[in-house]
Design a protein around this ligand. Structure first.
Ligand SMILES: Cc1ncc(COP(=O)(O)O)c(C=O)c1O
Length: 460
């Protein structure tokens, strides 16, 4: 029997929650106490079930506690839980790398392991800087700066935060971030400055022309900027940026932490644009939410710049690099994708989500609440108008800022969804769903109904 009171007391006394103003939170709320999970459902200590509408911050691509992943974890744990990857290898890390190379965009067959999305980005940043420093001498050029998009989110470390283009996440650390050039996003509505991707492309092309001698690489989330509020942009922009990188000797770093493993229906968003980046970061779906583990995939061209003995080696490696438990689970994830046709199944989920968006946008009763909506792959999102909020609005940093993360209205929808059986943590005034890719269709229909009903309950 779960001792809920004891858990809450310990949490209240000692747990510092992510993205949460703790004093306000503790004064007004208790966290949900989850005791187990299965498929898209979280089960609370009260016995209530909640649909995990954001797949636990986008990691749960195969649903919770997939029996094959749990079994793979158990098998690996009995043999080897951990050993370093320094001068050592093991079956799970070696074969996973081979299997990843087989499904990666063309040419990316060198696999560097790390712990999470942020460290996969960090590794890519360091590789890029060192790559340029060690490539053929370029007459005094110092290619060390990065170019990223307005609205970008690449993680939590100082390097990843430096690349980020969401002001609320950068502001507290501005004094220690490295200088990164941000350009208008090709996605509608990010910073309100890119009415078409072609204009955004003109801006990035001009900057690359002007600063080619100092730029090292372009980092972007391919085709959808998640944390900016699920903002989509077309493959043509990605293709044009690939050409730009080739023209100006920049590395293209694709942050597929969110988009990888089929979120948009293809294994990688880069596949939809038919391009190969020079470096690709993957996490989240990499272990489908079972363990924190990530990888940075590199082309042979990039890795070759590190040949030349000790002086040129990549001096980087986390304690848990290539962790056998994570690697065994990640191999099983790939096996499930192959054997359970996960990517093929995205189309039917996408159809339900597209229907949801169309229904909501056509509903006259929701005009006063819903400004716009969109769906692609296993993502649906709505921008809400800032209708009056109540004092019951849940405080998080996203509600405290003035750059698009202001609105409490998303949290009112959260409250309504919570009553109806779904966990729908919003991004400020963007309410969205990113369900597991194998969610049973009746469960997904249920989620869609909850979203619709919750929006109606909040509409003025
Ligand atoms: C596109 C993208 N990159 C990187 C990260 C950071 O990943 P992690 O939280 O695993 O460090 C995230 C997290 O949401 C992300 O969405």
């Amino acid at each position: 029997m779960t001792d809920v009171a004891r858990i809450l007391a310990a949490d209240r006394a000692h747990v510092w929650h992510p993205y949460t103003p703790m004093d306000e939170w503790r004064a007004r709320h208790d966290p949900l106490v989850v005791v187990r999970a299965e498929g898209p459902w979280l089960e609370l200590a009260s016995g209530e079930r909640l649909f995990d509408g954001n797949g636990s911050w986008w990691v749960s691509t195969l649903g919770h506690n997939h029996p094959r992943l749990v079994a793979a974890l158990e098998r690996q744990a009995r043999a080897l839980c951990h050993c370093s990857l320094a001068g050592i290898t093991h079956e799970s890390a070696a074969l996973l790398a081979e299997e990843l190379a087989a499904v990666a965009p063309r040419g990316l067959d060198q696999v560097f392991y790390s712990d999470d999305g942020s460290t996969a980005i960090e590794a890519a940043v360091k590789m890029t800087v060192q790559y340029h420093a060690q490539s053929a001498p370029r007459a005094g050029k110092k290619k060390t700066r990065f170019l990223a998009l307005d609205g970008a989110f690449h993680g939590e470390t100082i390097g990843a935060t430096s690349l980020g283009g969401v002001e609320v996440f950068r502001r507290p650390f501005a004094s220690v971030l490295f200088d990164c050039v941000h350009v208008p996003s090709p996605a509608d509505d990010v910073g309100g400055c890119a009415p078409s991707w072609a204009l955004a492309f003109d801006a990035i092309a001009e900057l690359c022309e002007q600063r080619r001698d100092e730029l090292a690489g372009i980092v972007l989330e391919p085709l959808v900027q998640g944390a900016a509020g699920m903002r989509f942009y077309p493959p043509a922009y990605l293709r044009a940026v690939r050409d730009l990188c080739d023209k100006h000797d920049l590395l293209l770093i694709a942050d597929e932490v969110f988009t990888g493993y089929g979120r948009l229906g293809a294994m990688w968003a880069c596949d939809l644009a038919e391009i190969s980046p020079d470096l690709l970061c993957t996490a989240k779906g990499f272990t489908a939410g079972v363990l924190p583990m990530a990888a940075t995939l590199a082309s042979r061209k990039v890795q070759a710049a590190f040949d030349g003995g000790r002086a040129k080696a990549f001096l980087y490696g986390h304690s848990y690099c290539g962790n056998p438990l994570g690697a065994a689970v990640a191999r099983e994830v790939l096996a499930i994708y192959r054997e359970e046709n996960i990517l093929d199944g995205v189309a039917s989920r996408a159809a339900l989500l597209t229907d949801l968006v169309e229904r909501v946008l056509a509903d006259g009763r929701l005009r006063g609440l819903v400004r716009s909506g969109r769906a692609q792959g296993a993502i649906a999102a709505f921008d809400l108008l800032d209708v009056a909020t109540t004092t019951e609005t849940i405080p998080t940093v996203e509600t405290l800022d003035d750059t698009g993360y202001t609105a409490g209205v998303g949290w009112r929808v959260y409250e309504e969804a919570r009553k109806r059986g779904a966990y729908l943590r919003p991004l400020g005034n963007v309410v969205y769903v990113t369900p597991p890719l194998n969610t049973p269709l009746p469960d997904l229909s249920r989620l869609c109904q909850i979203v619709e009903d919750s929006l109606r309950a909040v509409a003025p």
